[in-house]
Write a protein that binds this ligand. Sequence first.
Ligand code: 17E
Ligand code: FE2
Length: 420
Amino acid sequence: MSKILFKNARLRSSPELTEILAEDGFITKIGKTDGKSEGAEIIDLGGRLVCEPYCDPHIHLDYVFTAQSFQQNETGTLFDGIASWSESKGSLSKEVLKERAKKGLKEQLVGGTQYIRTHVDVTDPKLTGLQAMLELRDEMKDLAEIQIVAFPQEGMYSYKGGAELVEEALKMGADCVGAIPHFEYTSEMGAKSVKKAVQLAVKYDKLVDIHCDETDDEMSRFVELLAYEAMDNGIGKKTAASHTCAMGSYNNAYAFKLFKLLKKSEINFISCPTENIHLQGRYDAYPKRRGLTRVKEMLDDGINVCFAQDSICDPWYPLGNGNLMYVLDAGFHICHLTSPQYMSHALDLISSNGAKTMNLGERYFLKEGNPANFIVIDAQNDFDALRNRAGVYASIKNGKALFIKKPTEFAEETFSKYGL
Ligand code: 17E
Ligand code: FE2
């Protein structure tokens, strides 16, 4: 039987220090443990902030670290990213895909992420990427919970047999249905793909996550169809719209009408700030659009929005390291979230809002009776964490530390001489 007492923990909900007792991988007490902690191993958190693990609901682990070996994306557009990937993807073996994905996953884990949704390209008759990710999901289950999206990168209908490959991937064990309506040859094909995705989700009891309107084209309006179809089929909460960049270009008259439906449908939104500030605006001269969805306005309206990494060194985005704190920092700036009401809850965007999107349910939260999964952040509160882009000091999974970093050691005599 394992028993660990985490002392001097600071919860996000209160500035007072407290204690967390984990027994056999579960949280048995939050608060003063008195006699209950006798015989426990003690880990002193030094007053650091304890938070539910970060969630990254949008990453492409089958794409990571391909940027350098593939044709350079000179224009930096989404479409040239897809062209570069399409040209070379056939050269990747399952083993290579898995090795690269593991490297990406490790960066995510070290950044404090424990819940991951990976969008896997299934427009490949051999479904090599899918097989690699299915194996990865099982092999890594003690380190991270991974959801797999059957994502037709080259289209459900523009790629021959795309819709069938998505269905096959769901039968093989993918957790979510994907689509890419703005990339299909015609808007009719795009609409058909959205309807098909929802139909497949209902048929196989899966979640939905669509790459939706990832373009500055203000005419790209698939999100309204997705929201309606999800609502009409009773799966709004199980549905996510990723990117929705075009919403940043909609006129306000349309956006206000749209928001009523989005709210009612209860679908979730995933914004990828670093990728979309990089990919969008590429066809603009000045003024140049930011290319992000309406994060602030949706939050104000009570619509669930979260941030995600999307890429680690792939044909779409040459940087990225899986550290969601950097993504959060970028998103806060780009979306004008830098005022107290957002900054005091900043971490929600990379933790609980992502968990809601992933349909993790109550078991995700830091509560007595739940699995002891949490991270320890080098900060005192959300504002402090955001301002300092604070690092994750420790990540605890099922009561065991995945890592604990060493605290910074100051050159004492130098700092104290100056009274610091
Ligand atoms: N594929 C896509 O369609 N959009 C993206 N942002 C990435 C891959 C990274
Ligand atoms: Fe993506």
